[in-house]
Design a protein around this ligand. Sequence first.
Ligand SMILES: [Fe+2]
Length: 334
Amino acid sequence: MTHHEYVLFDPLFDDEGAEAMVRLCERFGRYGMYSQESVESEIGEGLTQRHDAVMNYVRLGGRHGRHDSVDRLAARTNYFREEYAYGTEPLIDGVEPFLFHEGFVDAARKIHDRPVIEPAIVFANLMVPGQELALHTDVPEFRGANRKVHPQWLLVAMRHSGLFEDWRMLIATGVAWFHDCKGGEFAFYPDGPDGDAVAHEVTYNTALLVDTDSVFHGVDPIDLPTGDLPPLKPGMHLAFDGDERWSVRKGDEVVAGYGWDELRFSISWKAYCFVDEAERDAWKSHTDDLDLEWTIARLVDDLRERGRIEGETPPSGELAEMIIDEYIKFPATP
Ligand SMILES: [Fe+2]
C-alpha cells in the first residue's frame, strides 16, 4: 500500500501571527464564488473541468453517502475563494509570513525529498454552513501541460496513470485554519484510496502539509443546525460586514448572514518542489514540454495494452469518460 507522508503543524504561528491571518481575511473583505466552468477542448468538450470528482460525488453521494439534486449539489459545493499571493508576489499586505513560512518550506522538502522549493500560490477558501467539498485530488501540473491548456480532469487522470511522471511538477500543499469550526473536517487518505481516511478537525492555528495531487481529500459537511442552505448561485460573493459578521450577497442584496464562528475558513499554500535548479530552468524555459496530441496518443496506447480499446479509438467524449474511469480510482465510500 502506498503511504504518503504528511506533516501536521499545531500550532502554525504564535498567537499574534495567527490573529494577523484572521484580520487579513477580514481586511480582504470580499470573496467571489468559485464554480465550475465547462471545458472547451478537442477532448471531452462540454464536460465540466472536474468531471472526475463530480461524477464520483453524484454516484456515491460524498464521503457519507448523501444523495441530492444537482441544484442543491452545486449550492453545497460552490464555495468562495480568492488569491492572497501568486507566485512569490503578495496580492495583499501581510501575507508574507504565510507565503514564505519556513515550516512549510521544510515540510515540502521532506515529503518530496527535494531541496528547491518555489511558492506557487496562496489562496483562501470560505464555506458556509451546509457546504462541503467532494473527494478529489488536486489538479496537478506537468511541464507543458497545465490548466491553461488542458482540461483539469485530464491532468488529474494523467497523474493517476503514472505515465507522465517524468514531466510532473511535484507540488506540496499546506492548508491552514485559523478558527474552530463545527464539522467541515479535512478528510484525507494518506495510505491511498484503499486505506483509512484521516479526518482533521478544523482548529485554530493548525495546518497540514500534504501531496494533495496524489492523496484523495475532501471537506466533510459544515454543520447546518437549522434551516437550509441559501440559494447559492454563481456570481454571488461573501462579504465581511464588520463586528464578526459576514453575508452572502448578490450584488448589494443580502442573501444570507453568518457569524464568523459559523463559517469555515482555510488558507492554502502551494509550492513547486524541484530536484535542482536545472529542473526548475527546464520548466521555466519550456525545453522539455509535453504536448496534448502526444499525451492523448500515449493514453490511447496504454488503454489498448490494458484491453480497454479494441479496434477504432472511440469518439472524444467516450474516450474522455474511459480515461477518467480507467485511471482515477476513488476511495470506496459507504
Ligand atoms: Fe483539494
